[in-house]
Design a protein around this ligand. Sequence first.
Ligand code: FAD
Length: 488
Amino acid sequence: MNVEEGELRVDDQTGDSHAGLVVIGMGCAGLSAAVSYLEASEARGRDRVIVLERSTSEERGGSTRYTSSWFRVTEDRELDPDFVTDMESFSGGLADLEYCRTLAREVPDSIAFLEQHGVEYTYFKQGLPNGNTGGGLGMPARSGRGIVEGLAAVLEQHERAELLYEMEAVRLSVSDEGRVDGVAVRGPDGLLRVLHAPAVVIASGGFEGNPRMLTQYLGERACDMPVISPGTGNNRGEGIVMAVDVGADTAGQFDMAHIEPTDPRTTKPDAVIYPYTYGIVVNRDARRFFDEGKDSFDETFEELGYEIWHNQGQTAFLIGDQTSLSVAGFNECVFSDKPAVTAETLPDLARQLGIDPDALVETVTRYNAAIAPGELDPYRFDGKHTENLEPPKSNWAFPIDSPPFIAYPMTGSICFTFGGLRTDALGRVLTPSGRPIPGLYAVGEVTGVYYHKYPVGTSVIRGVTFGRLAGADAAAVAAVGAAAQPVR
Ligand SMILES: Cc1cc2nc3c(=O)[nH]c(=O)nc-3n(C[C@H](O)[C@H](O)[C@H](O)COP(=O)(O)OP(=O)(O)OC[C@H]3O[C@@H](n4cnc5c(N)ncnc54)[C@H](O)[C@@H]3O)c2cc1C
C-alpha cells in the first residue's frame, strides 16, 4: 500500500501498522493526546501515532470544530474557583472529585499547551451581558476550529504522525494477555482491518449522533432533537460501546444531555437564543412554563433546552419588545442568523408564530400585571420580580408593552451527552472494580463526569487537559516497557 495521506502505512509483508499509539477522533481531546504523545516520546523518537477520523479532512474535528469554545476561567487562566464544589453539589456527590481537582490544577498548563501549538488564546474581561461565567471568559481566538486546525497542523508536519480520514473505529482488539493492542477500523473501501498498537486513546465524543442510544438512555422522542452542529452528528457512541465490550466501567448521567434552546428556522450551527432573560418564554399554547430570570442565562439555558425538548413538544418562543432590544448586547446574544419575528400587536405576533392570539395576549397581560415595583437593571441580579404568578420571573421582570413586539422560535438541540466511560485522572479506562485496562485510555466527551447540570465552559478544556495527560502517560508507559524489553 502506498504511503500517501489518507492511506494506511502498513507493512505489505506483515500487515503491521507499526504504531505506538492509535487515537480515535480528531476533536480537541484526540488531537491533544496525539500531540502530547509525540512530544513525550521525542527522546525515543520512533513510535508513530495514527489518528483516525470518521469524516473528511475538511470536516474533521467533531463538535470541537463548531464550538465557540468558551473556557470557564479567570483572567489569570485558573479554572473557575468554584468548579470543584459546583461539580460536587450539581452531581449530588456523584462526580469524581479527584478528576475534577486534576482538571482545576491543570487548566493553566492546558492553555499554555494550546498556545505553544499555534492556538492563539484570548480573554474577555466582560463576558456576554448577564453571563455569569466567572465574570469574563477565555476562548481560543479562532474558537474550537482554531484548536482543530492548530493541533492538526502540528501533526501534519510531524514525521511520526499519520492522520487517516473516513476511517471509522469499529472495535478494540485485545491480546491473549488481556491488553488492548489495537483497533479494528473500516475505511471507505468497506473492509475491516486491525491497526495494532500497544496503546489506544478513545476520543470519539459522546452518543449525541446516535438516535438508538439516545432513545435507550434519554428516553422517548430523543430522535426529535436535532444535533447542534454537523460535527456533533459524527459522535455515535461506538467509543463507549467498544470499551464496555472489553470490560470498561461507565460514569456520568446516561439519561441527561447538554441541550440548548436554538432557532429551528436555520441550519446554522450553534444558533442559540440566549437573551430570554429579557423577555418571557411561552410554549405552543402561548403559556409560560419557566422562570426566565431565576439565574443568568449561562446557568439556565441547559435546563430551558431540556424542558423545551422533554416537556414542551420541542416548541417555544422568546417574546420581547423594544425594552428587551434596548438592553445593550441583546442582539449579540442571539446566535441565530434569522431576524426576529416582529409585529405591532401581540395578536399579529401570535398569528405569525402560529399560536393562539388570545392566549398570548392573556399570558402577557397577566405577566405585566404581576410585576412588582422596582428599577430594572439588566446587568446584575436586580430582584425585579413577579408576584402571585406561576411560574414566577425572579429577576429582570419588566412589562412587555412597547411595540413593535419581537419573537424568536426555539427548539432543543443536543450538544453532548453526559454518560460515558469511567477513567482515572490520567485518562486510563477503568473496570468496575477500579483497575485500569492495560493499553486503553479515553478522553473528552466520551468519558462521563457530569450529573444533572453541566458547568458551562468546561467541556473543551477538559478534553484538552485529559488528552494531554493521557498522551503523556501512554508515552511514559511505552518508555518503561522499552527499557524493560530492549529493542532487538
Ligand atoms: C455548537 C457547540 C458549542 C459548544 N460550546 C462550548 C463552549 O463554549 N465551551 C465548551 O467547553 N464546550 C462547548 N461545547 C462542547 C464541546 O465543544 C465538546 O464537548 C468538545 O469539543 C468535545 O471534544 P471531543 O474531542 O471529546 O469530541 P469531538 O470534538 O466531538 O471529536 C470527536 C471526534 O471523533 C470522531 N469520531 C467519532 N466516532 C468515531 C469513530 N468510530 N471512528 C473514527 N472517528 C470517530 C468524530 O468525527 C470527531 O471528529 C460546544 C459544542 C458545540 C457543538
